[in-house]
Design a binder for this molecule. Structure first.
Ligand code: AMP
Ligand code: GLY
Length: 432
């Protein structure tokens, strides 16, 4: 198979890496990719969110499968254009992608499919906003209705801050809306469900760390780290989420004439009152994918092609490595508010050549190769810059490997969380 992967982050680097391990994959093209994918595949400087440019690229390379990484091309209808032209594509069309593109739409579908989620009010005026905040009380959960790269949600005890974020969301346009939700307590989990329009095949659970600082302090980010599996998850959780969330949503989307083909990312809170959906995304999560795919043994291209073809029922049961995986994100100084870019990164080659490489791989996100100097130099170009992914016999070992590798990377000013998977590795996470 020839596979085209769209996107440029560490998630896409993880996808490309997993695809290289699938013996049915003969070639991989990435648009636009990053210096990490460049080492494994052919990077093509094409805008992943431009449907015509992507179609031209797919046809020029005569690819057998397109895998869409980020949400923007999905919400922008790239999958529709590809499928209409007869190009096999893993990723939902624009209508189905609204499950992520509009939090209000996701709530509507959840209500129709009777999926357990937080109670919510969708507000379009300041008065409605004030009323909704007061009806739920603190902690306040305020969500931008539209896409916001994981940064559109504010959870706070401070009513003024909640109001301020709500008003900022409403100021985005005449039809802007903001969603106010009841606060969900309990640990969070992410489940990626592969869907073929009718059927659902779940991957393994992962947990993401959204806040920027240790101890879940500071603002939300795109994600600062992740681990898998969830040693603390109640038995049967995956089956339960498929039965009560993913399958009913896939059925509802099919009923609406907008079948869901791709990853339905179910973000869950395991609350004292039961499992609730926090959010849907319509793609692989970043950085959970880095940990989940590090453990997947089944050939990825075969699996994604089966989903794209509506043939998931024919797929063999998934196989997983027995190890645990921990991913630590290295972020640029100033991330998430205002990341400083253009900083040199060193130590990756030594890491890849050393003994730690048996357990660790480094995935690129916000990096570029500066070829203007005497020797090419890797420099930062974004907020989340690298994902350091480690496997170990358990979470303690995986954490040790990951943080040892982080310590060997020379990236001035960068910051990372030091507590990824820490509580889980100590057995401190409890579901009530
Ligand atoms: P979202 O973009 O909807 O996933 O929200 C980002 C993060 O905000 C989630 O991962 C949670 O940590 C937090 N969050 C969102 N909704 C709620 C809620 N209803 N109660 C508590 N925390 C929430
Ligand atoms: N890890 C959260 C996300 O991908 O949205």
């Amino acid at each position: 198979m020839k596979v085209l992967v769209l996107g440029s982050g560490a998630r896409e680097h993880a996808l490309v890496r997993a695809l290289t391990l699938d013996p049915t994959v003969a070639a991989i093209i990435v648009a636009p990719g990053n210096p990490g994918t460049d080492a494994l595949a052919l990077n093509e400087p094409v805008d992943a969110a431009d449907p015509d440019a992507v179609l031209e690229l797919a046809q020029r390379h005569d690819v057998d499968l397109v895998v869409i990484g980020p949400e923007a091309p999905l919400v922008g209808g790239v999958a529709d254009v590809l499928r209409e032209a007869g190009v096999r594509c893993f990723g939902p069309g624009a209508q189905a992608a609204r499950l992520e593109g509009s939090k209000a739409y996701a709530k509507e579908v959840m209500a129709a499919a009777e999926v357990p989620t937080a109670m919510a009010h969708v507000c379009s005026t300041q008065e409605q906003l004030a009323e909704a905040l007061d009806s739920f009380g603190a902690p306040f959960v305020v969500k931008d209705d539209g896409l916001a790269a994981g940064k559109g949600v504010v959870v706070t005890d401070d009513r003024e801050e909640a109001m301020e974020h709500g008003l900022a969301c409403l100021a985005k346009g005449d039809d802007a809306r903001v969603v106010i939700e009841e606060f969900l307590d309990g640990p969070e989990a992410s489940l990626f469900c592969l869907c073929d329009g009718e059927r659902v095949v779940p991957l393994d659970l992962a947990q993401d760390f959204k806040r920027v600082f240790d101890g879940d302090e500071g603002p939300n980010t795109g994600g600062m780290g992740a681990y898998s599996p969830l040693t603390w998850a109640p038995e049967g959780l995956v089956d339960d989420v498929v039965a009560r969330v993913a399958q009913p949503v896939v059925d509802e989307m099919a009923r609406r004439g907008t079948p869901f083909v791709g990853v339905l990312y179910v973000g869950l809170a395991l609350t004292s009152r039961g499992t609730r959906v926090i959010e849907f995304n319509v793609r692989f999560g970043d950085p959970e994918t880095q940990s989940v795919l590090a453990r997947l043994e089944s050939p990825l291209a075969v699996l994604l092609a089966a989903a794209a073809d509506g043939r998931l029922d024919e797929h063999d049961p998934l196989r997983w490595r027995p190890e645990s995986a921990v991913t630590v994100v290295l972020a640029a100084e100033g991330y998430p508010a205002s990341p400083i870019t253009g900083v040199g990164i060193d130590g990756l080659e030594e890491l890849a050549a050393g003994a730690l490489a048996e357990h660790v791989h480094v995935l690129h996100a916000g990096t570029v190769l500066d070829t203007g100097g005497e020797a090419p130099q890797l420099v930062s170009s974004g907020g989340r810059v690298l994902s350091v992914v480690a496997l170990g016999e358990d979470l303690v070992a995986a954490r040790d490997h990951a943080y040892e590798a982080v310590g060997r990377i020379d990236f001035p000013g960068s910051h990372h969380r030091t507590d990824i998977a820490l509580r889980a590795s100590r057995g401190e996470i409890r579901v009530q």
